[in-house]
Ligand binder design. Structure first.
Ligand SMILES: O=c1ccn([C@@H]2O[C@H](COP(=O)(O)O)[C@@H](O)[C@H]2O)c(=O)[nH]1
Length: 282
């Protein structure tokens, strides 16, 4: 195992972002994407789309974010493609952030953690998204396993969809918004890493579409911020700087359809990726 392999997710991510840039490319084989790529709506179409994306973006981005739903939609054959995609990405030196948004009682979360965060699982990714709707404490076992295996988790804090705010900006009895309490929870999980001058393994999901006057404080997060909603949902490279302010260097702007639309020509995908990385630099 190299020094790089033994580092935790947060530090591996920081190294990769320093090298390639902040863009996270989403791999969401929507039916409409398969149509644009002239691929069948079956597991063979999924596989060509997913593997085509890995081949195109390898060596150009730090991290890819497959959306599990688009693979699960095809049953076990789709999940088998997801396994192939995760293996291909690993072989290509890409970090993987599997968007699963799982959330359940702690004992069930432990089983999800075994599936997605345990060494040796065919569905293990470098990081996953988790939903704290059953209480942030229900994620403790998953966070512990991620720390043990050098992986990471992203907790939903302020999602990119307009419906999210009605729940997430509600206030707890302490007068703090749910969004802020999730950011603060993640910050507490990252305290040891921060004390060691490192990026922590616990990030948050915070949409690129959230209005810039959100009033949420990301200063003590100490981990990375997955920012979906960049591209197809309206988030822009100028706007995202306003949304995140001084936290911007920790942000992974994530675009799925915005990049997939350039395919299937690998050179066109590469051009879209390079132009987007450039717009996010600085
Ligand atoms: O708040 C969130 C959390 C996750 N997502 C996911 O990101 C991608 C967005 O795809 P685009 O095509 O770039 O719009 C998708 O997989 C969502 O499930 C999100 O959009 N917002």
């Amino acid at each position: 195992m190299t020094q790089q392999d033994s580092a935790g997710y947060g530090e591996r991510l920081r190294t990769a972002v320093d090298k390639y840039g902040q863009l996270c490319v989403g791999i969401d084989p929507h039916p409409g994407v398969l149509d644009t790529w002239d691929l069948p709506h079956d597991a063979s179409g999924l596989e060509r789309c997913a593997r085509g994306m890995i081949e195109a973006v390898a060596g150009r981005v730090a991290i890819v974010k497959p959306q599990s739903a688009f693979f699960e939609a095809y049953g076990s054959a789709g999940v088998a493609v997801l396994e192939l995609l995760l293996a291909d990405a690993r072989d290509a030196g890409l970090l993987t952030l599997l968007d699963i948004k799982r959330g359940d009682i702690g004992s069930t979360m432990d089983a999800y953690a075994q599936a997605y965060l345990a060494d040796g699982s065919s569905l293990a990714a470098d990081a996953v998204t988790l939903s704290p709707y059953l209480g942030a404490g229900s994620l403790d076992g998953s966070i512990t396993l991620a720390e043990q295996t050098g992986r990471g988790v992203y907790i939903l804090a302020a999602t990119s969809n307009p419906e999210g705010a009605s729940v997430q900006r509600a206030r707890t009895a302490d007068g703090v918004t749910i969004s802020q309490s999730m950011i603060d929870f993640a910050g507490r999980c990252n305290a040891d890493a921060v004390a060691a001058g490192q990026w922590g393994n616990v990030g948050v999901v915070f949409g690129a579409t959230v209005p810039a006057d959100h009033g949420l404080d990301l200063d003590n997060l100490g981990g990375s911020i997955l920012a979906p909603g960049f591209g197809a949902q309206g988030g822009t490279s100028d706007g995202i700087r306003d949304v995140f302010g001084s936290a911007y260097p920790h942000v992974l702007p994530s675009s799925s359809r915005g990049i997939l639309a350039a395919g299937p020509d690998p050179d066109a995908i590469r051009a879209a990726v390079d132009a987007t990385q450039e717009s996010l630099r600085g």
